[in-house]
Design a protein. Structure first.
Length: 655
């Protein structure tokens, strides 16, 4: 007992220290866990032994990681990104696996080892790249969508790879039989659990949630996850498959966001322990002895994966600049690669001699990934001359859209706030041009007749092309203080005195934005409090003029009366379970079912989907009636939730 407590304290102290350092250096925490495992494992200080009990406990980290992936699994999301996921994503994983398999055979490894290495090296880090793309506002850029599509397929590919790996320990005909049995078992388990589970999961969660106990809710999530993991293991499959299925089942309920928030602490702690055990596998002495091999593997992984993605993307007719950005981002290894490599080592598919240099190279490639992404834009501009031409074309499109506009408003960001602002501008006949980085949003809004173009509002050339020198104001409608500060700096350098209105979530950055030169800062939480207070005061009988005066004073004082609040447990969650409404444009091609029918005849579910506008021959009707008859070439603008919109689109096009 004393030894166990001592080892636990050593593990926790080392993990906390290294993760704090990683946070300070803006590196992923999982790298810290790997370094902890290397330092205190049996091959270095020897404070922690690599025994069966430690590995079994660490496997729960993989269980909860796969559960999280299942929560993110969405058929509608897959349908939306199917060309990226099953096109570029499938090609990248397959090609990487085959290339690594071929290289393994050339250096004298057997094909089983090559298959395991290929699966591990095909993975890239969803955690690192997702965070970097979000911070760089590139999540919805062309290369951002390509990257996320590939990562989504990689996450899905882990499931069959984990099923197949144990069968590689057999030989000859037994292996083929084992693979067939494993796939058949997985198919039967999926059909049974998904078929029965979908009918039971929602009412069961309704029952548990109705007890209004957070402890009971968390216990129920743990029970469902571990029960399905145990069932799949009893069926001769992996724990991870059951956890993935549990996540899929819960993702179809309205409790997905709450479950994701509740399970996060368990997942992060156990996953940290898993990566500690992965670090324990690395023998620093062996790695140092084979340093040239490690360096060669590192260069091979980074250059090989980047070149492979670039080649596949070009074959799919993706422009060279986007293909290179995508390849550079996906060059590094990923967390699932360590999962597969560790599993292959435990099963004996990979020998320690083969695994050690690969493990070290994968670790170094993950460390290098953030730096490669940061420098990727400079590499693209230096190596590909057409990148400049593409940027020039984008600026030309923006300039054409804003040509002749004077005293207009430049709206930076065309999300929900930007679109609501634009509709008010339309009613008041105020000219505007909106800039956004989401191609899908721009495409749907543009065919619906909206004044929006693709462009990064934080760049000077984009703002100038949008008519900055002739504009009356600039509005930053999205929540990103760093981007807003860059926009303010550009505007004040080019046109001092031009008002910039900035949206922010709360009062934490109001002073920074004001000091940078923002004319007004609209804090959502503060404005919501003002509206709540104003309606209440009026209902209490306070004169309207006095209420307006109080609101004006509060705004002039930068919401000082609202600064600071007593934080409670509920401020950290739960998240809103209601799926937000969104707009979706549907073009009626020749042969669409809706052509020649009135809106009343279509009988769309009025309680879930609303037709807000119909665009015909570039003329938009804002108030379609039930008697409106649809024609070929019409653009129907729908409003609803994702699942309802998909059903409505199918009814319009196919019936």
């Amino acid at each position: 007992m004393h030894d166990t407590l001592q080892l636990t304290l050593i593990l926790l102290a080392a993990a906390v220290l290294v993760v704090v350092v990683c946070r300070h250096l803006k590196l992923p925490p999982l790298l810290g866990y790997l370094l902890v495992g290397i330092a205190i494992g049996p091959h270095a200080l020897g404070w922690l032994s690599d025994d069966e009990g430690t590995r079994h406990l660490a496997e729960f980290g993989v269980v909860f990681l796969m559960f999280s992936i299942g929560l993110e699994f969405s058929l509608s999301k897959l349908a939306t990104m199917r060309s990226l996921v099953f096109g570029l994503g499938a090609a990248q994983v397959t090609a990487t696996l085959l290339v690594v398999l071929g290289c393994s055979l050339l250096v004298g490894l057997d094909w089983k080892s090559g298959f395991a290495l290929g699966g591990a090296l095909a993975m890239s880090s969803t955690a690192i790249l997702g965070k970097l793309l979000t911070e760089r506002l590139e999540l919805n850029a062309p290369h951002g969508r390509q990257i996320m599509g590939v990562l989504l397929f990689q996450d899905l590919a882990v499931v069959p790879l984990l099923i197949v790996l144990p069968t590689l320990t057999a030989s000859g005909a037994e292996m083929a039989q084992a693979i067939g049995v494993a796939i058949a078992k997985a198919g039967v388990v999926l059909i049974l659990l998904l078929g029965i589970g979908q009918r039971l999961m929602r009412p069961w969660f309704h029952l548990v949630a109705s007890r209004k106990s957070s402890e009971l809710f968390v216990l129920n999530v743990l029970l469902i996850t571990l029960l399905l993991a145990w069932l799949t293991e009893m069926a001769g499959l992996s724990l991870a498959l059951g956890a993935f299925i549990a996540g899929m089942l819960i993702s179809e309920t309205e409790y997905r966001l709450q479950v994701e928030e509740d399970i996060k602490p368990f997942r992060d702690v156990l996953l940290g322990l898993f990566f500690v055990t992965v670090g324990m596998l690395l023998d620093v002495h062996v790695v140092l002895e084979s340093a040239p091999v490690v360096v060669g593997l590192l260069v091979g992984i980074l250059a090989g994966k980047a070149a492979l993605v670039l080649l596949i993307a070009r074959l799919m007719r993706i422009d060279t600049a986007t293909a290179l950005r995508t390849g550079l981002a996906l060059a590094g290894a990923g967390e699932f690669g360590f999962v597969l490599l560790s599993r292959a080592g435990v099963l004996g598919v990979l020998t320690p001699e083969a695994m050690q240099p690969v493990l070290a190279a994968m670790l170094l490639s993950m460390v290098a990934s953030p730096f490669i992404v940061e420098e990727s834009e400079h590499m693209v501009r230096r190596w590909i001359g057409s990148a400049w031409m593409q940027q020039a074309m984008a600026l030309h499109n923006i300039a054409v859209q804003s040509m002749g506009a004077t005293e207009h408003v430049i709206v930076c960001g065309y999300g929900r706030s930007g679109q609501n602002l634009a509709r008010l501008f339309e009613q008041e006949e105020v000219r505007f041009i909106a800039l956004d980085l989401d191609p899908q949003r721009i495409r749907e809004a543009a065919i619906a007749g909206e004044s929006v173009v693709f462009g990064d509002a934080a760049r000077r050339d984009v703002l100038v092309a949008a008519g900055l020198m002739r504009a009356a104001a600039v509005v930053v409608s999205y929540e990103d203080t760093n981007s807003a500060l860059r926009i303010i700096a550009v505007v004040h350098e080019a046109r001092p005195g031009l008002p910039v209105i900035v949206r922010t979530r709360d009062d934490s950055d109001i002073d920074r934005l004001k000091e940078a030169g923002a004319a007004e800062v609209v804090a959502e939480i503060m404005e919501g409090s003002l509206m709540l207070a104003s309606h209440t005061l009026i209902l209490l009988g306070m004169p309207f003029d006095r209420v307006l005066k109080r609101i004006r004073q509060t705004r002039e004082q930068r919401y000082s009366v609202f600064r600071g609040f007593f934080r409670g447990v509920t401020d950290e969650g739960p998240l809103d379970d209601d799926e937000p409404l969104r707009l979706h444009s549907v073009l009626l091609p020749p042969g669409a079912r809706a052509i020649g029918r009135s809106l009343a005849q279509l009988a769309l579910p009025a309680d879930s989907v609303e037709i807000t506008a119909i665009r015909r021959r570039n003329i938009r009707s804002l108030a379609p009636t039930e008697d409106t008859v649809l024609a070929e070439g019409d653009v129907v603008v729908l409003r609803g939730r994702d699942s309802d919109l998909a059903m409505a689109e199918m009814r319009l096009l196919q019936g």
